[in-house]
Design a binder for this molecule. Structure first.
Ligand SMILES: Cc1cc2nc3c(=O)[nH]c(=O)nc-3n(C[C@H](O)[C@H](O)[C@H](O)COP(=O)(O)OP(=O)(O)OC[C@H]3O[C@@H](n4cnc5c(N)ncnc54)[C@H](O)[C@@H]3O)c2cc1C
Length: 309
């Protein structure tokens, strides 16, 4: 990008130039962003979006980077990283609800809910993302997804103003959200009171199942492919004989075939080449086309799947 950032952003916000994105993602791969802006408050996030909107500069929003594959060349857009916006409020503003800032880790939402004796959020345990990323992708698992819990989401409009949008479970589908492509500032999660031992027991049960089936000690971006109508992608990939298949530092996990895990020195191009090999194997074995669940950012990544706008 040849244009410079608006002066108001360079002078007032925390800005990194030519900042590597790999370390800001769980896969750990990818080149730099022209600029990474880290708002330290809701007001700074509104300022960033408003100024970029006025300047006509494209930008992307980064949460925990746990559902992203950034290309080796990086991205030319501005990236707004929400990691400093991590508050979870329990004011009693809405009964049995928590208001969570976009950058709040889901683990924090789960632990605050337990602290105040509210059930529902346990379904998000073990998902390493932020509330904003989860709202954008309706993250969840077989027990439920975040869209089942949301009653309101606050968005930033392109002029930098905030707008609260009511929502209900009917607005969401499997990894589908009406807030994809928007900028989430915070979200209200509606829960229900329950005895703490019962909440803890459910948390333990979900976590034990995840640790038994997922390669949690390796860097990954979670499930690489969406589940097609034909069944779970992990099963299709395993049946196609791809467990353990590797390209460079990227390997199909032996524990869960829908996870691609990475070793030090891996390149985004290794992950993309492996993705293509897996897709070809499943296509030839089962006649099924796998679509990426992980989002690709940057040049050269569009071949493997949808490049985010
Ligand atoms: C070990 C492991 C286990 C996982 N398990 C699961 C699971 O069980 N279920 C599941 O659904 N996912 C799972 N994931 C994937 C991932 O953790 C989730 O999709 C997560 O919610 C993504 O959140 P994030 O903050 O990391 O988003 P990012 O990866 O940073 O971004 C993903 C998308 O969300 C957008 N986004 C981020 N923040 C905002 C915001 N404030 N406003 C608008 N858009 C925003 C980004 O622009 C991007 O389009 C797993 C990942 C790993 C590594």
């Amino acid at each position: 990008m040849s244009r410079d950032l608006p002066a108001a952003l360079r002078e007032r916000l925390l800005v990194h130039e030519q900042e590597p994105l790999g370390p800001r993602t769980t896969l750990g791969v990818g080149g730099p962003a022209a600029w990474v802006i880290e708002p330290r408050s809701r007001q700074e996030l509104l300022l960033a979006v408003g100024e970029l909107g006025r300047a006509g500069m494209p930008f992307r929003v980064l949460g925990h980077g746990s559902n992203l594959l950034v290309s080796d060349a990086g991205v030319s857009d501005v990236v707004i990283h929400t990691r400093a916006l991590r508050h979870v409020y329990h004011h009693g503003e809405v009964e049995h609800a928590l208001r969570c800032e976009a950058g709040a880790p889901l683990s924090r939402l789960v632990s605050v809910a337990l602290e105040v004796g509210l059930t529902g959020a346990e379904v998000l345990i073990g998902i390493p993302g932020t509330v904003g990323g989860a709202v954008a992708g309706n993250s969840g698992g077989r027990e439920g997804a975040i869209g089942d819990l949301l009653s309101e989401v606050t968005l930033v409009e392109s002029d930098g103003t905030a707008r609260a949008v009511p929502c209900s479970p009917a607005d969401f589908g499997y990894r589908r959200s009406p807030f994809k492509g928007r900028v989430v500032v915070d979200a209200v999660v509606q829960l229900a009171p329950a005895p703490k031992p019962r909440i803890q027991a459910r948390m333990r049960e979900i976590l034990q199942r995840k640790s038994a089936t997922q390669p949690l000690s390796w860097p990954s971006a979670g499930c690489m492919f969406r589940n097609p109508a034909a069944g779970p992608s992990g099963r299709l990939i395993e049946q196609a004989g791809c467990k353990g298949l590797a390209v460079g530092g990227a390997r199909v996990s032996e524990r869960h075939a829908n996870f691609v895990v990475t070793s030090p020195g891996v390149l985004a191009s290794d992950v993309l080449a492996l993705v293509e090999k897996v897709r070809a194997a499943v296509r030839s074995h089962a006649g099924v086309e796998l679509d990426l669940e992980v989002e690709c950012w940057g040049q050269g990544s569009a071949a493997a799947g949808a490049e985010a706008s």
